[in-house]
Design a protein around this ligand. Structure first.
Ligand code: NDP
Length: 330
């Protein structure tokens, strides 16, 4: 084994309150799991930002190493699928919430929960995608499974300049869909058009209460925002359309009516990345490796160090981050 000490983003809560700081640990302190991974990159997802800033009940036990996602190289394995030197990705499964996570130089992870890094992706690119991008791909798969095809009509992406939204716009654009991006950042229009949006609309148009059925516009929707935005997106979805709901950046409520479902046959497809079965993850990652333009991925990325992660998490929750943040760990 190479490194025995490593740095990690350590979250703690006690009599003195909550703290998030970088500290050194010894490999021997890691709780047991069958694969030891030297992590090269992690990332900041929305959920990581909630955990690191102690907003929202993400972390279930303290102390915790933050980070739901990691990518790197297997150092040791007792799992039959993995051997030293294999390159792997980890997303979700409660890591960084109930078990020590991946904003760290080393992690012990469960072999059953790892996905092989698909060619031609590097660990940095995989974390540029991260849970946000892999969730965007799960949304695209949901649309495809409901029969949505390029050329069928406009696809709306909400929260478009965020992590899920940016990757969804780039993927759908590359696959030939006509994408309308909804964003609250006026200066993100060029960025979204370069990623693949044909049109950019102000998210304020979708944020306020509207009629239960509105002018039919979207063949499909990828929604990272929830709440009133999702309700309006449903109300504007064309007859027989499908809406993939994966997020709650505006809110976790759904203050709407059943009208789009019972009068227009609209489908609301829920998308979860955290406990998605391994086969579905592998399919999503294969498709990401095939369909995502890596130049466009690079244009969404900002690279930071572990020491910058606490400040960046607060910026992300304040809505000041465009695209995806990768965290270099070695
Ligand atoms: P980001 O913070 O990167 O992006 C969220 C985007 O939503 C922002 O960039 C902003 O885009 C928009 N937004 C922020 N606040 C509001 C608001 N009050 N009203 C309307 N829009 C808003 O987060 P991610 O992309 O990483 O995640 C997006 C959502 O998806 C989160 O809720 C997250 O928890 C969820 N998620 C769910 C997963 C699952 O398994 N189901 C997996 C991954 C994420 P803009 O400025 O362009 O409008």
């Amino acid at each position: 084994m190479a490194a025995t000490t490593f740095r990690a983003l350590w979250l703690d809560k006690g009599d003195a309150g909550f703290s998030a700081s970088v500290r050194s640990l010894d490999a021997g302190e890691l709780p047991d799991a069958d694969v030891l991974v030297e992590l090269e990159y992690s990332t900041l997802n929305y959920k990581d930002a909630l955990a690191i800033t102690n907003r929202g009940p993400v972390v279930r036990s303290f102390p915790m190493i933050a980070g739901i996602d990691g990518a790197g190289r297997v150092l040791e394995s007792r799992h039959p699928r993995w051997k030293a030197g294999d390159r792997v990705i980890h997303n979700g499964w409660g890591v960084g919430e109930t078990r020590w996570g991946c904003l760290a130089g080393l992690a012990r992870l469960r072999g059953d929960e790892l996905v092989a890094l698909p060619e031609p992706l590097t660990a940095r690119q995989a974390m540029g995608i991260g849970t946000a991008g892999y969730t965007a791909m799960l949304c695209v798969l949901a649309l495809e499974e409901h029969g949505v095809e390029p050329g069928d009509g406009e696809v709306l992406v909400t929260g478009a300049s965020g992590g899920v939204g940016s990757v969804a716009v780039a993927l759908l654009g590359a696959l030939g869909y006509r994408v309308t991006a909804s964003s609250g950042k006026p200066d993100a229009a060029d960025y979204l058009q370069q990623l693949g949006a044909s049109e950019v609309i102000d998210r304020a148009e979708l944020a306020k209460p509207g009629k239960p059925l509105q002018k039919e516009r979207w063949r499909a929707v990828v929604d990272a925002v929830g709440s009133q935005t999702l309700v309006n997106a449903l109300a504007q979805t064309r007859y027989g359309g499908v809406v993939a709901a994966c997020g709650l950046a505006q809110g976790g409520d759904l203050p709407g009516t059943v009208m789009p479902f019972i009068l227009r046959g609209v489908t609301l497809a829920g998308v979860d990345s955290v406990m998605a079965p391994l086969q579905r993850r592998e399919r999503a990652w294969q498709r990401l490796a095939r369909d995502l333009d890596l130049g466009k991925l690079e244009s969404m990325l900002e690279e930071i160090t572990l020491d910058q992660a606490v400040d960046k998490a607060a910026e992300l929750l304040a809505g000041r981050v465009t695209g995806r943040v990768v965290v270099a760990l070695q």
